[in-house]
Design a protein around this ligand. Structure first.
Ligand SMILES: Nc1ncnc2c1ncn2[C@@H]1O[C@H](COP(=O)(O)OP(=O)(O)OP(=O)(O)O)[C@@H](O)[C@H]1O
Ligand SMILES: CC(=O)N[C@H]1[C@@H]2OC[C@@H](O2)[C@@H](O)[C@@H]1O[C@H](C)C(=O)O
Length: 386
């Protein structure tokens, strides 16, 4: 594969904006080398964010979603243009834009009682619009191809984790704490089929919503865990929360806004009120839920897969209460760091990953990981707008 500079775009479940990474890839002796040249997050305007919050609810209408598909294409194109200016690169330097898109709906369950239902996933932010506005060939809409071969269409990051970070010396787990937390287990000297990867449960999504309720809409997240720190964890309610059936499911499994989104947060906030739990303790407890479910998932693998190193990425790395909560629940001989120590900035990781998936897809290399998604074969994910 030729050397390419790819502009990766990631807009995750937090609906906070779009991450842009400009990364150079080169493949040498079956290894892929990368150098990240630029990274920036471009926040969505509040009006847009609010509209997106409505569009991820089942009440959204097709005219609204269809229109947003085009508007988001424009927003993503502007982010690319801005990133090129700020990076001091030239447009001609960028060989490809690779966009994840905004997930609006994801339902990979089989509904036996409805013969007209299909597993489905929808990411919007039209790639034709991005290609047209930027003048750069654009690849996107990765998840659908994996779903088309019986996969869950998620998580896709484990393929990149396997490609870039598997080690001959040690077993590693890579964790991303975004809206949802997910982990990739890479046993020492693992082969593709040995990788295990799945969503452990809520990352920041429930915390963000609780902070929103607590502050009457003034705050969207718990900056540096300051609110959680002031509260006390209600152990009884935590135990109750931990009995949610999702945590007992065997992997591969994936989840999202449908199970741990704003509506669930609202119901939980009310439940805590009924139980007489003061507001600040609710934030501490919901933060502990994210820590416990992630630690529980990691602990399933430390001995079985001989794991020695844990690397964290995603916005959750900035919440020390959440992070310390995980750390204290794990054996203390584990190395526990951010992905910065692997040469990939913890905030930039997913955008770099989607740049990589685009690089591979564009060059006709398979880029899904059946062991992670449950797909029945390897495929080349991504559609291209020239
Ligand atoms: N300084 C901070 N203190 C506490 N939390 C933070 C801080 N910065 C970011 N976060 C958390 O990180 C979240 C954003 O994380 P990230 O951008 O990794 O998520 P995402 O990519 O949208 O989600 P996903 O990976 O699930 O699709 C914010 O909503 C917030 O909860
Ligand atoms: C359908 C969808 O957008 N899933 C996301 C979501 O956000 C986190 C988690 O749930 C993960 O499964 C996935 O994203 C990451 C980037 C992935 O595919 O690896």
């Amino acid at each position: 594969m030729n050397k390419m500079i790819v502009c990766g775009l990631m807009s995750g479940t937090s609906l906070d904006g779009v991450d842009v990474a400009i990364t150079q890839f080169q493949s040498k002796d079956n290894n892929i080398e990368f150098e990240n040249l630029f990274f920036q997050t471009y926040s969505f305007e509040l009006d847009l964010k609010n509209r997106l919050q409505e569009l991820v609810l089942p009440t959204a209408t097709s005219p609204e979603i269809s229109s947003m598909n085009f508007l988001l294409g424009e927003v993503f194109a502007e982010a690319v243009e801005q990133a090129i200016i700020e990076s001091e690169l030239e447009k001609d330097d960028i060989d490809l834009v690779s966009s994840h898109g905004q997930t609006i709906f994801h339902d990979v369950t089989h509904k036996q009682d409805d013969p007209l239902h299909r597993s489905n996933t929808l990411q919007i932010g039209d790639i034709s619009v991005i290609a047209e506005k930027t003048g750069i060939t654009t690849i996107g809409d990765f998840r659908t191809r994996d779903v088309a071969v019986g996969g869950q269409g998620a998580p896709l990051v484990p393929f990149a984790d396997y490609t870039l970070f598997r080690s001959h010396q040690v077993g590693r787990i890579l964790v991303n704490i975004g809206g949802i937390s997910n982990l990739t287990v890479l046993p020492r000297e693992c082969k593709k089929e040995d990788v295990k990867a799945y969503d452990s449960g809520p990352g920041n999504m429930l915390i963000d919503a609780f902070v929103y309720f607590y502050s009457n809409g003034a705050q969207n997240y718990d900056n540096n865990g300051e609110l959680a720190q002031q509260g006390e964890v209600n152990q009884e309610w935590l135990e109750q929360l931990l009995s949610h059936p999702y945590y007992q499911l065997e992997p591969p499994k994936s989840t999202g806004r449908e199970e741990f989104g704003f509506n669930q947060a609202k119901a939980l906030w009310k439940e805590a009120e009924t139980l007489g739990i003061v507001e600040i303790d609710r934030i501490a407890t919901i933060t502990a839920l994210s820590s416990h479910t992630l630690a529980q998932a990691i602990k399933q693998h430390t001995i079985k897969d001989d794991i020695k190193e844990i690397y964290i990425s995603g916005g959750g790395w900035h919440n020390p209460i959440l992070i310390e909560g995980v750390k204290t629940l794990l054996p203390n001989n584990l190395i526990f760091k951010s992905t910065n120590d692997l040469g990939i900035h913890s905030d930039a990781k997913e955008a770099i990953v989607f740049a990589l998936l685009g690089y591979l897809g564009f060059n006709k290399h398979s880029n899904n990981l059946p062991a992670a998604t449950g797909a029945n074969k390897s495929v080349i994910m991504g559609k291209i707008a020239w």
